[in-house]
Design a protein around this ligand. Structure first.
Ligand SMILES: CC(=O)SCCNC(=O)CCNC(=O)[C@H](O)C(C)(C)COP(=O)(O)OP(=O)(O)OC[C@H]1O[C@@H](n2cnc3c(N)ncnc32)[C@H](O)[C@@H]1OP(=O)(O)O
Length: 404
């Protein structure tokens, strides 16, 4: 194939490409060491070669992009199959000549052939993916909790209701608890057996000098954490905490914040996590940063709008602009009993926006009013905006829970 970038070959990966893929991604993502053999095998088990696109310039591998096949929960609890774009890189020698765009065009065509309603990714930078119709949709907070200041408002129960788990208990209980959690939260990504095998393998490479994972089990949730030594201090780094009840959330955090000889606990939590309001000193929970954890791209507007439930009934004519693909159009949307009926229309729009903005609002991570204030969502009048905003709002903020 000849392009502005020269004579390039774009094709699906085969066995022979993988050594070069690993080397190219290690350079592009500034790793100190490329993935070791075990980590490479884990990656290859999670992705099919037919879902990996490579670009070669002669013998040199200069581009790679791939996607995982995942399942995401939308508001109301329906789970949808979703491709999760990952490991995208272009060699530093070949950047800004259209190779990313070439690879994404190929991958979008595949997604459209396979009738996916959405696609998702986690972004390395905030300015790359909006042009392809993705919008930031799930956020997370990186927090650090100082232990001396963190007293719970509620008295401790006689029994902590939490136990450390052995390998067998972990392998049986944790996937089931995660699955229960992921059914309850919009944006949540469910995990296949292959993902669990990789997590439970707890590879030395991913420990990065820290301890193995410790697991805490509760009837309605679990937490895993590592111990790291930072200067003179030991820190407990919570790898994940997923709960399906407020009691389990309090019980698990009470144990984590009661780890002796450890002055600080760090964790990544949803932006509406109740931990600070459960403590007597809200400043004990320091937010170190807020990150756009998952970006969403609606590929089929009518299917996406019909998949979720809404908090308020309303009707509007929605015009969606899609400058990258052909998913836009004008749609009459009628929400009754929390469900949307969507039909193509030529009526004048009452709401106009971009596909990336609709994708950002869809899971409830952003409110429509925020985009209206930024002139990125146009509405015919205030009552239309209020009703649209309330319809799309969700009680809990979305949380994907899995980095990919
Ligand atoms: C889902 C994930 O995997 S996220 C990880 C992305 N990968 C990385 O961050 C690794 C390091 N970076 C890279 O490998 C490359 O710089 C990439 C993949 C980000 C970009 O690849 P390139 O081949 O240079 O991009 P390409 O030339 O096709 O550019 C496509 C468009 O994106 C824009 N773009 C590309 N990179 C960036 C960037 N870092 N910031 C802002 N815009 C960018 C280009 O300007 C171009 O815009 P236009 O077509 O609207 O004019």
């Amino acid at each position: 194939m000849s392009t502005a970038a020269g004579t390039l070959e774009l094709r699906r990966a085969t066995d022979d490409d993988w050594d070069d893929i690993i080397a190219a991604d290690a350079r592009a993502f500034a790793f100190i060491h490329p993935l070791d053999d075990e980590a490479q095998q884990d990656l290859r088990r999670k992705v099919r070669d037919e879902d990996v696109v490579v670009v070669r310039d002669g013998a040199d591998l200069v581009g790679v992009a791939m996607f995982y096949r995942m399942t995401m929960t939308v508001p109301g609890g329906t789970r949808v199959d979703i491709p999760g774009l990952s490991w995208v890189s272009v060699a530093a020698t070949h950047r800004r000549r259209g190779i990313l765009r070439m690879m994404l065009t190929e991958i979008f065509e595949q997604w459209e052939r396979e009738n996916f309603t959405f696609a998702a990714l986690t972004a390395s930078e905030g300015t790359i993916y909006e042009r392809f119709g993705f919008g930031p949709a799930c956020f997370e907070e990186r927090v650090s909790v100082e232990l001396g200041r963190s007293t719970f408002r509620e008295p401790a129960p006689d029994d902590s209701r939490v136990r450390f788990a052995d390998d067998e208990q972990i392998r049986t209980a944790v996937p089931e608890l995660h699955d229960r959690w992921s059914a309850t939260r919009s944006g949540a990504l469910a995990r296949s057996d292959v993902w669990w095998q990789m997590i439970f393998a707890d590879r030395e490479m991913l420990r990065d000098g820290r301890s193995a994972l410790h697991y805490l089990l509760h009837a309605d949730g679990y937490a895993s954490y590592r111990i790291a030594h930072r200067g003179d201090d030991a820190v407990a780094e919570v790898s994940e905490i997923f709960t399906v009840s407020d009691v389990a959330h309090t019980d698990l955090w009470r144990v984590l914040l009661g780890l002796d000889l450890i002055p600080r606990v760090t964790a990544t939590i949803p932006t509406d996590d109740a931990l600070p309001v459960k403590l007597t000193d809200l400043r004990a929970v320091k937010v170190e940063h807020v990150a756009d954890a998952m970006w969403l791209r609606i590929l089929d507007v009518p299917a996406a709008l019909a998949a979720r439930v809404y908090d308020r009934d309303t009707s509007f004519v929605l015009e969606v602009h899609d400058n990258h693909r052909d998913a836009g159009g004008r749609f009459a949307v009628d929400i009754a009993d929390g469900r949307a009926t969507v039909t193509a229309t030529t009526e004048p729009p009452t709401i106009t926006t971009d596909i990336s903005v609709l994708s950002s609002i869809y899971l409830g991570g952003y409110r429509a009013v925020e985009f209206a204030r930024a002139n990125r969502l146009w509405v015919a009048d205030q009552p239309t905006l209020t009703a649209f905003d309330q319809a799309f709002s969700t009680e809990r903020r979305p949380f994907s829970g899995t980095f990919f």
